[in-house]
Design a protein around this ligand. Sequence first.
Ligand code: ADP
Length: 361
Amino acid sequence: MASINIDDVTKRFGEGTNEVVAVDDISMEIRDGEFVVFVGPSGSGKSTLLRMVAGLERQSEGDIVIGDTIVNELGPRARDIAMVFQNYALYPNMTVRENMSFGLKMSTGLSEEEIAERVESTAEMMGIHSLLDNTPGEMSGGQQQRVALGRAIVRDPNVFLMDEPLSNLDAKLRAEMRTEINRLQNDLGVTTLYVTHDQTEAMTMGDRLVVLDHGELQQIGTPLECFYRPANRFVAGFIGEPSMNFFEGHTEGGTLRLDGFDYDLTERMQSSVEPSTDVALGVRPEDLSLNDQPAGGNEFEAVVDVVEPMGSVSYVYLRPENGAKTDEPFIVETDGQRPISEDERVYVEVPNRDVHLFDGD
Ligand code: ADP
């Protein structure tokens, strides 16, 4: 097992006007045994960063260190890593047993018997023992992904690298495999880097999240740190489902003059903002409440656009009145019990706490 250090790593593709900076001067330390999830929108540089750790892509600048070794010059085989991809990447003409044995035969000095034993016990652990003599074409997507994971585990590598491994599975299977990968990672204690654009995977799988946007590191932290203490507006809007609502405005003394309503800042918040600056106020859908009548606090009027009942809660999409403006649909999460109908007029109460202030655009 091993720690991983990414030191000032940049990756550029193309040249001149075609140049793309896929990863922009990123540094991080990943502890031995840690499970770290790279999350960000499509094109944010997650796969490129992972592929550089794998040795499938060479960084333009910086160092990658696995354990005590600078691996810049080492190819993927010499790095003692195992990768799991979205498309499984199994050899179609080989049985499961052959798929799982192949890497061991190529890169270890293990005897035939030792290899057979390891394949058997890993297949047992992964619940794929009965499939050992099948070929990938004879299996479901979920079974193939289990085999792909088994093939990574059987190699007993220093590091697991996983690139969107669950994206091709249906929702139920994805949820099952999420739990399974968490359990395996915990039991095996192998340092794991995992790429996803999926909120739920990010929040439920990693010890820490690495949030990326446009090749730049936005925040590293536990899922709860990123959720409750987002480092910037990008992280605030990206982490959490449905997304945080934002109001644009500026500070004026102890008040935020937002488009459409005023928000009285608490003392704690006043101390953190400069007077007369542009700010955005962020509030999560679950921290807002809807009232039939004005409640006398920080609030504004809105009209209900769409109600999405989700069971125990409903997502209420609103059209703010009086020019209160947000870029995205404005969403309030309500207790599913409260009857609410489209075109109803409501008062949206913005709480005194659980709001986030960011620099304005
Ligand atoms: P993500 O995994 O977050 O979707 P990628 O790492 O795949 O993002 O891509 C980051 C950026 O680098 C994107 O702008 C992408 O188009 C670009 N990129 C990735 N691979 C290549 C490549 N081989 N050649 C040129 N540009 C690439």
